[in-house]
Design a protein around this ligand. Sequence first.
Ligand SMILES: Cc1ncc(COP(=O)(O)O)c(C=O)c1O
Length: 434
Amino acid sequence: MVTWPATTVKIHLNLNFRGLSPSVTVAINEHSDALRRAGRRVFKLGLGQSPFPVPEPVVEALRENAHQKDYLAVKGLRALREAVAEHHQREFGIDCTWEDVLVGPGSKELMFLVQLAYYGDLVIPTPTWVSYAPQAQIIGRPVRMLATRAENGWRLTAEHLHDLCRADPSRPRILILNYPSNPTGGTYARDELAELAAVARRYRVILLSDEIYGQLHHTGEHLSVAPMYPEGTVTSGGLSKWCGAGGWRLGLFVFPKGLRWLLDAMAAVASETFTSTSAPIQYAAVRAFEGGPEIECYLDQCRRILRALGRWSAVRLRRAGVDVHEPRGAFYLFPDFTPCADKLSERGITSSPALCERLLDDTGVAILPGKDFGRPPEELVARLAYVDFDGERALAAAEGVPVGTELDEGFLRAHCPDTVEAIERMADWTAPDG
Ligand SMILES: Cc1ncc(COP(=O)(O)O)c(C=O)c1O
């Protein structure tokens, strides 16, 4: 094989990619796997992947549709777009029809396309999911980070958004709101969403409402902002989280009628790039969005397990002196170690990357530094995903516990043992004498 000598290789990379490395969540997963292969015990609280299996009726639908082989319409299979529209009306009160739905290979890809198609700034409250800002960087879009505060539950306030907008009122902007939140597990109350919607309407800000964890609200009471600002909200969702099907790669956006031009522009780019989303997966997804008692039951049990484990973990970490909000949805906690800063500093730990590195070395618990979620590196915050357990076994066990009974610590120790041990190791590591 002929290769170019290293000294003559010229690197011609798009300047937007300078300093860009693979997504940190993917990187921590690979690093944890490498440590495991080397014989270390590693608790994987880094990657935010659902621990639960895909519901059986949806797997069955995929089996039945394995033979589907044709390219499908670029905006998605009509039957799926109908099922998605009905689902969004039924579950979240969003007034939409099948023509307002765009299907893609993961909502992440659709987020990239919307930034590519829309000409405006991207506004992101921090802490934020890891991929929004790098996508903007790849495209060359300006990003405005709005730092939220722990005492506000890491939620964006309407005043903060107002301050940003009034400085340059006519500037085109997309604000990404993600709730229940990755990385904090928090969500917004109705009045908070209404206030944000009022500011967005006043300044014609497009809200990209990332509700991928909506169905994993721990008490099934997810509220969408879309009915409060119907003309300006694009709702994002998919199969990855509530249906445990991240690897199936199916995401969707629901648009207001007045933004059909944006949907059409994204579809034009899609037609020149990925063409259409996998056909068997789209047919199977119809079954998922149709819902029904079996899927409701599955969701109830997933929520019950996540609710119990999230609460228990928050309480255990608080007892060790860490500040952390009880989660309301999804499977994340965003612990703040600032109250332990003096003790940590005596151990040479003064930044979130150092904290996570030392925690992994000392205890085998893998979590991600707050720096990766848009926070200053010296802030001692981190994200953990409480998903290191066998979701299939836990679901089967939860079915045996009477409905209406909260799952207790005994259940968690028996059926989520690695996550429980990881949280205890973290707590003991943080407060070795406490
Ligand atoms: C907040 C948030 N939005 C979007 C996504 C992307 O999901 P997908 O591309 O699998 O639909 C994720 C995945 O981790 C996420 O956590």
